[in-house]
Ligand binder design. Structure first.
Ligand SMILES: Cc1cc2nc3c(=O)[nH]c(=O)nc-3n(C[C@H](O)[C@H](O)[C@H](O)COP(=O)(O)OP(=O)(O)OC[C@H]3O[C@@H](n4cnc5c(N)ncnc54)[C@H](O)[C@@H]3O)c2cc1C
Length: 410
């Protein structure tokens, strides 16, 4: 019998559930909250068709000193929390050598190449086209030196991977985004990306499609996962739910559950914040302010500012240092207006040290499949790696090579 419990209804879980369903599996999608209400809700909403190279850990001394001294808004850390992070960070450092990063990028680019097409199919079927802008996003540079370096990097990505982008002068940027008061030295317009005006609502629309096709959405607690004589079971609000297979797609919560089954996945947990502002005249497309490490995106809820990586203790409360700095920098660019929420949203990017997601069967547990660790691009990649997982589980030839993503590498 092809039946499966998919644990976690973020973009990774919903993406896998839809692909399993279309290959004939009976799927129960289990979450303790509504679909798309955690990390897949709070992100910058960019389907990053341009993100062919995953974020490596900086290894040059100037950048490391800037981070250590708190001068970069890309990264913030609480020194007392570092013991929680040091193991995964050392492995991240090792994997970030130019040679290893190049190898990871080849794999990553092979996944990213499918991202917009995989979303396109689901957006069409889910009737969610109203949430999508296919016009890309822009990265603003405040100095000529930064703009020149970005143009050279963009040209390198075009030559190597075919990533399409266009340098924009300050005057062109101003004409395209009349809300901008400052346009710096111009921007790089990333043309292969799409943006979503409410990321959580896109996941909810995909979950709606899953339900219309006959899938069941179950409120349940993944921590109750147990092995049964014939497969796997969890407790739900309506009693136990069982299936022959289970998929762990719990984003940043995945390693916690898997620890109970004897697995120690070294996740690099990069927290990020967002908040919405009631801007009068907003931007047309998302804008990254490269010098200040944030993205400002036009959303249904207002202008959403999302921040870079923060290393905090596991249950630490909010320290919105980066968000305050980002707000100050964003106010130079646009009229932000008043914030919508009293307290910023906090989430965690589930990054793996080798910058690649974990996709495949658990090495020591038959029928337990893993689908997490999508880092900075899980909103982009959920449907793509969901398809790969479904193909592997169904015994059909995988459309991309699964070996570099196998769970057994940890
Ligand atoms: C600030 C920020 C900006 C980002 N911007 C982008 C971007 O522009 N583009 C992009 O591609 N990616 C972006 N990302 C990354 C992206 O958001 C994540 O990689 C992605 O959302 C992870 O999806 P997921 O389904 O794995 O996890 P989640 O969306 O977190 O889903 C996990 C699900 O598991 C459920 N769950 C957890 N524990 C339990 C339990 N015990 N029982 C039952 N259910 C449970 C949760 O309720 C949740 O629904 C960003 C991330 C952050 C933080």
């Amino acid at each position: 019998m092809r039946d499966v419990l998919v644990l976690g209804a973020g973009m990774a879980g919903v993406g896998a559930a839809l692909h399993l369903q279309s290959r004939g599996w009976t799927v129960a999608l289990v979450d303790r909250s509504a679909p798309g209400s955690e990390t897949s809700y709070g992100n910058a909403g960019i389907i990053q068709g341009e993100a062919v190279e995953p974020y490596a850990m900086p290894r040059d001394l100037a950048t490391l000193f800037a981070i250590a001294l708190g001068r970069s808004n890309d990264v913030h850390y609480d020194v007392r929390a570092l013991p929680h992070h040091v193991g995964p960070l050392l492995r991240y450092w090792w994997h970030s050598s130019p040679r290893r990063h190049r190898r990871a990028s080849e794999v990553y680019a092979g996944l990213i190449a499918h991202a917009t097409a995989e979303h396109d199919a689901l957006i069409g079927e889910a009737g969610a086209a109203n949430l999508v802008d296919r016009g890309g996003f822009r990265i603003l540079y405040r100095t000529a030196r930064a703009m020149d370096a970005a143009a050279a990097a963009a040209e390198r990505l075009r030559a190597r991977y075919g990533v399409r982008s266009q340098p924009l002068s300050a005057a062109t940027l101003s004409a395209l985004e009349p809300a901008l008061k400052v346009t710096g030295e111009g921007a790089i317009h990333q043309l292969d990306a799409w943006s979503i005006r409410d990321p959580g609502r896109l996941v909810a629309a995909y979950a709606g499609l899953f339900r219309r096709r006959g899938g069941s959405l179950v409120r349940g607690e993944a921590e109750t996962l147990t092995r049964t004589a014939t497969g796997w079971a969890v407790r739900s609000a309506d009693g136990p739910v069982e299936a022959s297979a289970a998929v762990v797609a719990l984003g940043p919560w995945s390693p916690e559950l898997l620890r109970r089954f004897g697995y120690a996945f070294p996740m690099v947990r990069k927290r990020g914040y967002h908040r919405h502002w009631r801007s009068g005249r907003g931007l047309n497309l998302p804008l990254m302010d490269a010098a200040n490490g944030y993205v400002m995106a036009p959303m249904v809820q207002g202008t959403r500012i999302t921040t870079g990586a923060e290393f905090a203790a596991p249950e630490a409360g909010g320290m919105p240092v980066q968000l305050l700095r980002a707000e100050a920098a964003a106010r130079e660019l646009v009229d932000l207006g008043a914030p919508r929420e009293n307290t910023p949203w906090i989430g965690t990017r589930p990054c793996m040290p080798d910058m690649l997601p974990v996709v495949g069967e658990a090495p020591r547990h038959r029928g337990l499949w893993l689908h997490f660790g999508h880092g900075h691009q899980g909103f982009t990649l959920g449907p793509t790696t969901g398809r790969l997982l479904a193909e592997m589980m169904s015994g059909t030839p995988p459309f991309v090579a699964p070996l570099p993503l196998r769970p057994g590498r940890y």
